[in-house]
Design a protein. Structure first.
Length: 352
């Protein structure tokens, strides 16, 4: 059993202990350490699986697994919070898209440029992904402020059903486009699907996949256990409630972020792009149908429309991505642009 498997099991044990023991400063520190360890272990397990099945399926495994558990975490907190959590799903989805499109992509471009000067990826795959992400972002997060069947920022019942079906359908079409119809658009520029040594055995790959799920469950469970401390810190800073959605998104996206940055450092920017944009699309395409169904069945309030400030930031992030990723070659300046947008997003979330 390697270190990652041991860390995954240890994180689950810490999560179990945290559910039985009253919270305290020492337990909080242990949970935080276990959370970091679970993130690193999840990245290791995902890379083993990705090494075995190749691109773009490997990055898809981590993106979908994290998004499904992210949706479960949002749904759990919506059920616990009631009317106070009406905007939680919107804040978490918006934060996930902004963190990926500005922070994750920006960090990958920057560290990749610092180590390799310039890097390449397939623009023919990134273009359709950005088009789908822009469409989903506007339909889900912007249009509720302009429709008239329900007061902003709400959608009417029939509109919620439509955007849930549209989100899931567009995500499914993109997955078919990525993995079947135009799979070559998402392979490394040099044409090699694997730049590592001998792939792991089938047994080792299935074991890594199982421990990946264990690690992701530990990440989300520990993040939820730490959420009271996070909320207390947000209240102490006097930050708005939207900061909670940002904190949730950051914690849940840690495994994908670490994996994407490591790929960029290894001069595998195509893997970074697959993981980042695939995660952003899954964050909307999978999460929205889940929270819409829960909202309709359980009669939970669901506010999706963004504030004007957030609409501007989302539009700017998508526009900047369309420009910087259009050529298929990246450099340090492009990474700096994305990271400045990420800093603006974080700062204006705390100081709206």
């Amino acid at each position: 059993m390697n270190w990652a498997a041991i860390v995954s099991l240890g994180a689950i044990l810490v999560l179990g202990a945290a559910m039985l023991v009253s919270p305290g400063p020492l337990l909080t520190i242990i949970c935080a350490a276990a959370l970091i360890g679970a993130v690193l272990a999840a990245v290791h397990h995902a890379e083993v699986v990705a090494h075995r099945i190749g691109e773009p399926f490997g990055t898809l495994v981590l993106a979908v697994a994290v998004t499904i558990i992210e949706a479960a975490l949002i749904l759990t907190m919506m059920l616990a919070g009631g009317e106070k959590s009406a905007a939680l799903a919107r804040d978490a989805i918006y934060a996930a898209v902004m963190i990926i499109c500005t922070g994750v992509i920006g960090l990958c471009l920057l560290v990749g440029a610092l180590r390799h000067y310039e890097q390449s990826f397939r623009a023919e795959g990134v273009g359709p992904a950005l088009a789908a992400l822009t469409t989903l972002g506007v339909v889900v997060l912007v249009l509720p402020d302009f429709t008239t069947s329900a007061p902003a920022p709400l959608y009417a019942r029939s509109q919620l059903i439509f955007i849930a079906c549209a989100s899931l359908a567009l995500w499914a079409v993109f997955i078919f486009f990525q993995t079947v119809d135009h799979r070559d658009y998402f392979l490394p520029v040099d044409g090699r699907e694997n730049t590592h040594a001998t792939p792991p055995t089938i047994g080792a790959s299935w074991m890594a996949f199982a421990f990946l799920l264990v690690s992701l469950i530990a990440v989300v469970g520990l993040a939820k256990k730490l959420s009271p401390q996070i909320e207390a810190a947000i209240d102490w800073m006097g930050a708005p409630q939207a900061a909670l959605g940002v904190a949730i998104a950051i914690l849940v996206l840690l495994p994908e972020t670490v994996a994407a940055v490591r790929a960029a450092l290894a001069n595998r920017l195509q893997t970074s792009m697959n993981l980042a944009l695939g995660s952003a699309l899954a964050s909307i395409g999978l999460t929205v149908p889940v929270v819409v169904v829960a909202s309709l069945v359980l009669r939970l309030p669901l506010a999706l429309g963004l504030d004007p400030k957030d609409i501007v930031l989302l539009s700017l992030a998508l526009l900047a991505g369309t420009i910087t990723l259009a050529t298929g070659r990246t450099n340090l300046m492009q990474g700096a642009v994305h990271l400045v947008l990420f800093a603006a997003f974080l700062f204006l979330t705390l100081v709206p």
